[in-house]
Design a protein around this ligand. Structure first.
Ligand SMILES: O=C(O)CCC(=O)C(=O)O
Ligand SMILES: [Fe+2]
Length: 272
């Protein structure tokens, strides 16, 4: 059973569910030191996503915090704030235009997708929760027969839907292992996406052949007992590990409501 831990530096790490996520208090992210970072790093690797309630970080402070973890990663379909490398703003673009209301890992069709994401809530409504699921557990709870079947298989990730949105002519296709090994924890996780959006086929199979298994793995991944659902408050900072989680932005607040968060992604890394 997950337990609350308090470090000598006074940082408290309290698990938020039985499967993923922890809330971290007793630290001011804008004034982090090396010892505190080391506590946060351990908590992050253990819990896959961290919530820092009500830190109220400016774009500059979020950028500075993210640099403890890696270099910012930018992508072609987002716009970035002037003067802040890699910081973008998320707005409510309406339910029909949402590309994040599905379980996903960010931009898996790139050769080196970002490993770590950060969000800082500026002005959030009631609703508009974000959910995360634990992809270590998704892998570890497969039968040994299924684990053997997946070993060595790659999914060809497809970026057409996002490229299309930004008007980019690129055909983005990159194959990554469906079972990846985390470079820091050494644990294996299931690296998957929606069978109708990004994860349309295994590299060596047709879409028709791939769909039933990818669909099953996708549903297996997001079962409620492996999910944490975050109710945002203004000022909350959340960070997550794209290498071992999927996330889902719930659009239940209507198209006319304000929802603003700063966002930054760091550390481009090829999944192995
Ligand atoms: O709007 C959110 O809560 C999360 C959106 C998302 O998928 C992302 O920032 O990568
Ligand atoms: Fe996302």
């Amino acid at each position: 059973m997950a337990m609350t831990k308090t470090s000598t530096s006074g940082i408290e790490v309290r698990p938020l569910s039985g499967s993923i996520g922890a809330a971290v208090t007793g630290v001011t992210l804008a004034e982090l030191d090396d010892d505190q970072f080391s506590v946060l790093r351990d908590a992050f690797l253990e819990n896959c996503m961290l919530v820092f309630p009500r830190q109220d970080l400016s774009a500059g402070a979020l950028e500075a915090f993210s640099k403890w973890w890696g270099e910012p990663v930018t992508t072609f379909f987002l716009e970035y704030l002037e003067g802040h490398h890699g910081v973008s703003q998320l707005f409510n673009r309406g339910k029909a235009n949402s590309v994040t209301e599905n379980w996903h890992s960010d931009t898996p069709f790139l050769a080196e997708p970002p490993s770590i994401n950060f969000l800082s809530a500026r002005d959030v409504p009631i609703g508009g929760d974000t959910m995360w699921c634990n992809q270590y557990l998704a892998y570890e709870t497969l039968s040994s027969g299924m684990q053997d079947l997946l070993a060595g298989l790659k999914i060809e990730f497809n970026g057409d839907s996002l490229a299309g949105l930004s008007g980019a002519p690129e055909k983005l296709r990159t194959a990554h292992p469906v079972v990846r090994t985390h470079p820091e924890t050494g644990r294996k996780s299931l690296f998957i996406g929606s069978p109708t959006i990004t994860a349309r086929r295994f590299e060596t199979m047709t879409e028709a052949e791939s769909f039933p298994l990818i669909q099953w793995l996708y549903q297996h991944s997001s079962q409620p007992h492996r999910v944490y659902r975050h109710h945002w408050s203004n000022g909350d900072v959340v960070m997550w590990d794209n290498r071992c989680t999927l996330h889902y932005a719930v659009h239940d607040h209507g198209d006319d409501v304000r929802r603003e968060l700063y966002r930054i992604t760091t550390r481009a890394e090829a999944p192995v």
